[in-house]
Design a binder for this molecule. Structure first.
Ligand SMILES: CC(C)(COP(=O)(O)OP(=O)(O)OC[C@H]1O[C@@H](n2cnc3c(N)ncnc32)[C@H](O)[C@@H]1OP(=O)(O)O)[C@@H](O)C(=O)NCCC(=O)NCCS
Length: 229
């Protein structure tokens, strides 16, 4: 975890000086285009995309070329370079970031300038926080999470590693969200819920009013368990 005070100072200095740092984007799909815009806004130079689909190789996405597959890169190709993993699937993004970090590559945290982050919040590495998100007092966000636009995370809530919280969702206070949880768009996790079990999916528009199990799909108002994963 990086203490947010430090992050804030670093980020402000970085943004206002518009220091050009190079970054590669993994995933040349629609989310790759989103991350291209965010990285560019934060002053990065996008050196190219990697994508496992060979048919994309050589194509131009936004203003950068698809260079090939990330899986073809050796440790020495990754070491010292920065990568943005534009992949929504939590387990895939998590594995790739762990691999890049193991090989000495970096996975920078990118925070849109319109997001509001409490000075007492702690934000991990390789986290993407999109426009107008609001991260309240003493929230903890684990490594490799995606927090989409207009998400609100209330005070003292803890989000585990590699979660994705979709657009316009609201998470109440003092909730523990375990690792690799997916929360569909426009969902509410009520204050009073203590735990969202790891690897669980919450369907779009759901209202979660009590604790939910791990490795399960829940949906509806109030949210009910649909099935196991
Ligand atoms: C919950 C979800 C994962 C279920 O997908 P699924 O396993 O393919 O389920 P199905 O579409 O087969 O639906 C199963 C049942 O759940 C219901 N259901 C599905 N999603 C629901 C939702 N969000 N809210 C309420 N009920 C839902 C279906 O109506 C169906 O009910 P039935 O059995 O009575 O006909 C999916 O519908 C969903 O909401 N995904 C989130 C999408 C999202 O927010 N994406 C953001 C992208 S960043």
């Amino acid at each position: 975890m990086i203490k947010n005070n430090f992050m804030k100072v670093y980020y402000e200095v970085f943004f206002y000086t518009m220091k050009k740092e190079e970054v590669y984007i993994v995933g040349a799909g629609t989310y790759g285009e989103v991350m291209y815009e965010l990285a560019e806004l934060l002053g990065y130079t996008i050196e190219g995309f990697y994508d496992e689909n060979d048919q994309k190789k050589g194509k131009t996405v936004m203003n950068s070329k698809v260079l090939g597959r990330l899986s073809e890169l050796e440790e020495h190709d990754i070491k010292g370079k920065k990568f943005v993993i534009a992949i929504g699937k939590n387990s895939t993004r998590n594995e790739l970031m762990d691999k890049i970090n193991k090989f000495g590559g970096e996975t920078p945290t990118l925070i849109h300038p319109s997001a509001i982050i409490s000075p007492s919040a702690e934000i991990g590495k390789g986290v993407y926080i999109h426009a107008n998100a609001y991260i309240w007092t003493k929230v903890k966000i684990g490594n490799h999470c995606i927090i989409s636009p207009k998400v609100i995370i209330a005070h003292h809530t803890s989000v585990g590693k590699a979660c994705l919280i979709s657009t316009m969702s609201a998470v109440g206070a003092s909730v523990t969200i375990e690792n690799e949880v997916f929360i569909g768009m426009g969902s509410t996790i009520m204050t009073g819920v203590s735990c969202i079990g790891g690897n669980t999916t919450i369907g779009a528009g759901s209202v979660v009013i009590k604790d939910v199990d791990d490795y399960s799909v829940y949906a509806g108002v109030p949210a009910k368990r649909l099935r196991s994963i």
